[in-house]
Design a protein around this ligand. Structure first.
Ligand SMILES: Nc1ncnc2c1ncn2[C@@H]1O[C@H](COP(=O)(O)OP(=O)(O)OP(=O)(O)O)[C@@H](O)[C@H]1O
Length: 598
């Protein structure tokens, strides 16, 4: 065996291994019995379907013999038999279709839920994106949305269709090859003046015909696998950009960014079209060959067996039976030829799901450099805050915040203030060291997430609205200086689009006033508010956390916010080579002095 054939076989074995790894969990899941019974049922129906086809072939022989012998009694008897065969054929097809679809649906549902759970667990959805943009390519799948929504549908349906198709082909082959062998008898072929007696000649002819077809198909169709893979990625990129335009519609409209966005969209759509054209061209070649192959297969057995018939070796019924059995054997042997295109899509989808699976597994098995544990106060030990590329922003920090404290964190833009908060929250995978954080804590990001839907759900997010009374909800909105919204708790809207930046910040503050956490980490939460509203709201937040026995750490550039804090942490830039711990870009100064404007 040549090395390239061995390599190809290894790749094919690898694909099967991947398909097994992706499929097996469902058939071992809590739904395993239902899944296995359905699968067995489908296999049984497929086998029965082949059996009906064998009956059909035998019927062919009898029917054409009746026609040739002008035997009307036999003719009508066979018409009756045909009715039964047709009835079973239809019944099995319908049942097969229905049960296969049901299993596919259940499988997809289970797989989607299982992947969703893994993707949403342990902040995988966030870390995979971080790693992707940080260029860590090994395990950073693109467009997880497409993999979950589209690839799983394609994978489950293609796996079912192709595996059952293959099973059918194998069983059909086994059933008809014997039949064809028997029908072939002893063929005598005269070639170059010599007559050869060939046992089972039609079987050998079918085999040769199909092997030749398969080899040529593989040769023509091979580029389809890569083209399909790329196509799926381009389609997802194009869709992703469309979604971003929708999401940032206002900012783009204000920036008059339509032209740039249009160009970007055209660029991505251009990729889609260009690749699709290549795909079509390659498919055209494949269709040309498979059509020729299919057409030739209709006449081919008659060309081979015709001589014997004309020589009076057998009757018309026998010849027709040979034609039909040859068709079946050749069709099963050519399964690969007929399904090459589907196999290419299926393989591309398998590769995409496998890399998604690998990415999530690598994330689950990663070793965290950050030890995060609960405590009555905030404490860090030997904390290094680093960028995704490993460059340390801050190294060796030992920080402490006790109940009753209020700390204002300041520093130049981009110095790592938000990243320090991300580390406190335990979501930043690039930090190292020890962090102890109290339990009852709320982190408020610079841009709050405001889900669309009912206002009461947006207000209590991520808790269910039913956890609070209407009075509590209204009071929180009023305290957060949003009295007008208090009457609109049941209004549904796209709040992230409709509310102003300042209103969204106040809605996030209302959430905190409602839930009353003891510890609060607030990242520029009043940057869009006027000075009066800012000081009023800071006072309320400070009172809330201190009443609950906790503390507050805030990031803010405005000096006035300092009035609500009794300590200051300042990130100070380091000259290169000044010998700061770990070569970090910043050093953290702590003081109890009143803060100044950043
Ligand atoms: N996902 C990321 N991938 C790569 N770099 C990042 C990522 N997130 C943040 N950074 C970089 O980390 C640095 C610190 O960012 P961070 O948001 O913590 O700064 P900041 O001090 O809060 O800034 P600002 O005051 O402007 O909000 C910046 O240089 C930023 O570009």
């Amino acid at each position: 065996m040549s090395s390239s054939v061995t390599a190809r076989a290894a790749t094919f074995a690898q694909v099967l291994k991947r398909v097994f790894a992706l499929s097996a969990p469902y058939f071992r899941s809590e739904e395993k019995w239902r899944a296995r019974v359905m699968l067995l049922g489908i296999v049984a129906l497929n086998l029965f379907y082949v059996y009906v086809a064998v009956l059909g072939n035998e019927w062919y022989g009898r029917f054409y013999d009746a026609l040739q012998n002008k035997d009307s009694v036999a003719f009508w008897r066979e018409v009756g038999v045909f009715g039964w065969i047709a009835f079973f054929n239809i019944a099995v097809q319908v049942l097969k279709f229905y049960v296969t679809q049901l299993l596919q649906l259940r499988w997809r549902a289970w797989m989607t839920r299982s992947y969703l759970s893994r993707w949403m667990a342990d902040r995988t959805f966030y870390h995979l994106e971080l790693a992707r943009y940080a260029g860590k390519d090994g395990h950073t799948p693109d467009n997880p949305d497409q993999r979950i929504q589209e690839d799983m549908q394609i994978f489950t349906s293609a796996t079912m269709t192709l595996s059952m198709g293959l099973l059918n082909a194998v069983v059909t082959l086994m059933s008809f090859i014997g039949l064809l062998w028997g029908l072939s008898g002893n063929f005598s072929l005269t070639f170059g003046g010599t007559t050869y007696q060939i046992v089972g000649a039609m079987v050998w002819v079918a085999l040769g015909y199909s092997i030749l077809g398969t080899v040529i198909t593989h040769f023509i169709g091979r580029p389809l696998i890569r083209l399909n893979f790329t196509q799926q990625r381009y389609e997802a990129d194009f869709r992703h950009h469309l979604v971003r335009v929708r999401e940032y519609s206002e900012a783009i409209a204000l920036d008059k960014g339509e032209k740039v966005e249009r160009e970007q969209l055209d660029l991505r759509f251009g990729d889609v079209l260009r690749n699709y054209l290549l795909l079509i061209k390659q498919q055209k070649n494949l269709v040309t060959f498979t059509s020729f192959f299919g057409q030739a297969a209709v006449i081919f057995p008659f060309l081979v067996a015709g001589q014997q018939y004309f020589g009076g070796a057998f009757q018309l019924g026998h010849l027709m039976q040979i034609g039909s059995a040859f068709g079946k054997v050749q069709e099963s042997l050519s399964w690969f030829v007929d399904n090459y295109d589907s196999v290419a899509v299926w393989r591309a989808t398998t590769d995409r799901l496998t890399s998604f699976d690998d990415g999530m597994r690598a994330h689950a098995e990663r070793e965290d450099g950050l030890q995060h544990s609960p405590s009555a106060m905030l404490q860090t030990g030997d904390l290094t805050v680093a960028l995704p590329n490993g460059v340390p922003l801050l190294a060796g920090a030992a920080l402490a915040v006790k109940p009753g404290d209020s700390v204002l964190l300041q520093g130049p833009s981009g110095s790592g203030k938000s990243t320090l908060f991300r580390s406190f929250a335990g979501i930043w995978p690039f930090s190292k060291g020890r962090i102890q954080v109290p339990d009852n804590v709320a982190f408020m990001p610079q841009r709050p997430y405001v889900p669309d839907g009912k206002l009461r759900d947006a207000l209590t997010y991520p808790n269910p609205a039913a956890d609070f009374t209407d009075d509590q909800l209204r009071q929180a909105l009023t305290d957060a200086l949003l009295p007008d919204l208090a009457a609109r708790l049941d209004d549904s809207d796209a709040w992230s689009q409709k509310l102003s930046g300042g209103e969204q910040q106040r809605l996030a503050i209302a959430r905190v006033l409602l839930k009353k956490p003891a510890w609060l980490f607030a990242d520029e939460i009043t940057s869009a508010l006027d000075a009066k509203a800012e000081s009023e709201l800071y006072k309320r937040l400070s009172d809330t956390v201190h009443a609950a026995g906790g503390a507050m750490v805030s990031i803010a550039h405005r000096a006035a916010v300092g009035d609500f804090h009794n300590q200051r942490w300042t990130l100070v830039p380091q000259e290169e080579g000044t010998g700061t711990a770990g070569g970090a870009r910043y050093r953290l100064n702590t003081s109890t002095a009143q803060p100044a404007a950043a």
